[in-house]
Design a protein around this ligand. Structure first.
Ligand code: HEC
Length: 387
């Protein structure tokens, strides 16, 4: 009896030891196999791309066919210069590390954050950037957050609604619908349709205030990028706008004469996610009795803050606006505009900016105004897509 119990205990211990040994063995061989995979990981961008991305995105970057990948979600075409350069690395790194849903794309785009290091992802993206060989298309990193008044140097496919309204005194609301469309590698066309409400200084016979509404001066403009360099972090554009006298002068909604506004716009990426923008130009009036010629200059500085590593971005900015009418005795008008822009959609193609335009001089006749815009980068998806 004693003897039998001893044998059973020995068999049990032996079986247990074999089981533990087998487990340890399989774990260690598993580890060895893993190590072998990472040991065999290619080190250069093209090799890493072929290893991790090519199965879906194709050897040439145009995207493998639906038959091959087994799904019919359209794959991006990295050779398409009208698409790839405009997408900045911040967004692409988010998509590669966290997977498609990081920017509200399909989960069929897997997350590689655990499998690849930051430097491997960077090498792959540097390689993907070579698929569009035409360097004329400015890179999306130079697309700095839009300020409320300073025009951007970067050409856009965007629609925006802007509104500026008085906070005190006579009521005045001026809205604009802005539509921007890129053409070619470096150009942009823009149309601005303003409309507004004014509370006239002279009220109606019965003493009631009557708001007047109407269309403002419609403007069309063209902008062209002269220089865009990712290494220098700078972009320079020249633009020209024709403001047409479509607005009612008597209602305070029009200038009564066409005005031509040539301008130069500059954007610069600064260290630590800071940025700076400048726009300077003139307004050449066709009839200087109705509207004086003027000079203007606008500066905007700010910083982008990312919520979480890849989340929403907040961009507080401050603008300094200067304008001077030529041929009049009036001095220069200065305004300061604190504001912040925030991305609303996960794809970051719908954004809101809120701010206040505060006069620094003649504050008794010029009023503080609230200003806002809602913008939609329609190239990146429908307004209701990508949330
Ligand atoms: C299993 C297939 C698959 C693999 C593997 C894959 N992708 Fe994707 N990727 C997709 C799909 C599908 C989309 C499009 C998702 C959409 O449009 O909703 C996509 C989208 C992207 C985008 C977004 C482009 C844009 O529209 O802005 C980037 C960048 C990208 N992939 C990079 C990579 C990189 C880099 C790798 C390799 C490390 C990789 N992908 C591996 C399927 C894949």
């Amino acid at each position: 009896m004693q003897h039998g119990r001893g044998r059973r205990a020995l068999v049990f211990i032996l079986t247990l030891s074999c089981f533990v040994a087998l487990c340890l063995f399989s774990i260690s061989t598993g580890r060895a196999a893993n190590r072998q995979i990472s040991g065999n990981l290619p080190e250069d961008g093209p090799g890493l791309y072929r290893f991790a991305c090519m199965a879906c995105h194709g050897a040439d970057g145009v995207g493998a066919s639906p038959d091959r990948v087994g799904f019919d979600i359209p794959l991006p075409d990295f050779t398409d210069c009208s698409f790839a350069p405009r997408e900045g690395n911040t967004d692409w790194i988010a998509v590669v590390a966290e997977g498609g849903p990081a920017r509200a794309f399909s989960e069929l785009m897997p997350a590689f954050g655990d499998a690849l290091t930051d430097s491997e992802i960077e090498k792959i993206l540097n390689y993907i950037r070579t698929f569009c060989a035409d360097g004329a298309w400015p890179r999306g990193e130079l697309n700095l957050p839009r300020a409320l008044f300073t025009s951007k140097a970067y050409p856009e496919d965007e629609a925006a609604f802007t509104s500026v309204f008085n906070t005190e005194g006579d009521g005045r609301v001026l809205n604009k619908i802005i539509f921007e469309k890129r053409f070619g590698a470096r150009n942009q066309f823009e149309i601005v349709v303003p409309f507004g409400w004014n509370e006239p200084a002279v009220s109606g016979v019965d003493g009631d205030t009557r708001w007047e509404s109407g269309l403002g001066d419609v403007a069309v403009s063209v902008k062209r990028v002269l220089f865009a360099g990712l290494n220098s972090g700078s972009i320079v554009s020249l633009g020209g706008e024709i403001i047409l006298p479509t607005g009612n002068e008597d209602k305070g909604l029009g200038k009564g004469t066409p005005v031509f506004e040539p301008y130069i716009a500059f954007g610069r990426i600064l260290p630590a996610d800071f940025f700076f923008q400048f726009q300077g130009g003139g307004g050449l009036s066709f009839d200087s009795d109705k509207t004086a010629h003027k000079l203007f200059w606008r500066l905007a500085g700010g910083r982008v803050f990312y919520q979480g590593h890849f989340g929403r971005s907040w961009s507080p900015m401050i603008e300094l606006l200067g304008a001077k009418e030529l041929g009049s005795d009036g001095g220069t008008n200065w305004d300061i505009v604190p504001q912040f822009q925030v991305t609303l959609s996960r794809r970051r193609h719908v954004r809101l900016n809120l701010g206040a335009r505060i006069p620094l001089n003649d504050a008794d006749v010029r009023e503080t105004q609230f200003a806002l815009y809602l913008l939609w980068d329609w190239f990146d998806g429908g307004f209701f897509e990508g949330w």
